[in-house]
Design a protein around this ligand. Structure first.
Ligand SMILES: O=P(O)(O)OC[C@@H](O)[C@@H](O)c1c[nH]c2ccccc12
Length: 262
């Protein structure tokens, strides 16, 4: 039996991929959109914001029945999403940077590049490809790497959403300069999900983070309310929407929006 978790496996692959490829050709970056501003709800009384995710498959969820991620992103925007998360990893999530470009061109919302970034150079490339925000995974990066990647994001004007699965890693994220912190309910080593994780950790961070995001495994309006009460500005939701035949309708339902009477 292998003792290497999924996160370690993917990070090792990412480091190999990066070492093997030359720097990307420069691109003209589109006008950035403010990711953080659209999410902040804390103390505003506004309902928690939703970052809605597109991916074609995942290691925990298998294949999702929506190959057209652009159509899904449009439906999310129409349903009231505040931002779109686009998986750009190919082997494990079926995505690519082309998806980031296509989704961003199709919506007017800020777009998060969701990937397993291992170097500051990739943060710069993400900005050039049109990412308004990048995900950085504290549990998988050394303190020095994290600090450098957060600083690079700031320098190029891309928001860094730094994700952690434990309070200790969340503290490392804050120490590295993160202002936007995500608490992932899914343990990326084992892929097990416990929606209590974010509820337990977020209150300890609330006063020190500009934006707090509860991530993974959220399915119901009750889950969103619980996240909000624990201090979340936003939730990151993918699988429970992508399992449905109509993800836009599923997002409306999640937000508690009543369908118009026939
Ligand atoms: O599909 P879910 O359970 O609603 O979760 C979305 C998002 O939180 C999850 O995809 C995620 C959170 N952190 C990650 C890091 C890498 C890849 C994926 C993720």
């Amino acid at each position: 039996m292998s003792t290497t978790g999924t996160l370690d496996r993917i990070m090792a692959r990412k480091r190999q991929e990066l070492a093997a490829r030359p720097p990307m050709a420069p691109r003209t970056r589109p006008m950035p959109r403010d990711f953080a501003q659209g999410l902040v709800t804390h103390r505003s009384g506004r309902r928690v914001s939703v970052i809605a995710e597109v991916k074609r498959k995942s290691p925990s969820g298998g294949d999702f029945p929506h190959a057209d991620v652009v159509a899904v992103a449009r439906a999310y925007e129409a349903a009231g999403a505040s931002a779109i998360s686009v998986l750009t990893d190919g082997p494990d999530f079926g995505g690519g940077l082309e998806d980031l470009v296509a989704v961003r061109a199709a919506v007017s919302l800020p777009v998060l590049r969701k990937d397993f970034l291992v170097a500051a150079r990739e943060v710069e490339e993400s900005a050039q490809w049109g990412a308004d925000a990048v995900l950085l995974i504290a549990d998988a990066l050394e303190d020095g790497e994290l600090r450098e990647m957060v600083a690079t994001a700031k320098a190029v004007g891309v928001a860094a959403l730094v994700e952690a699965h434990t309070e200790a890693h969340a503290e490392r994220a804050l120490a590295a300069g993160a202002k936007l912190v995500g608490i992932n309910n899914r343990n990326l080593a084992t892929l097990k999900t416990d929606t209590g994780t974010a509820l337990r950790v977020m209150p300890k961070l609330r006063s020190r983070a500009r934006v707090l995001v509860a991530e993974s495994g959220l399915k119901s309006l009750a889950d969103l309310v619980a996240a909000q009460e624990a201090g979340a500005d936003a939730v990151l939701v993918g699988e429970s929407l992508l399992r449905e035949p109509d993800p836009g309708h599923a997002l409306r339902r999640l937000l508690g929006v009543k369908d118009a009477a026939p």
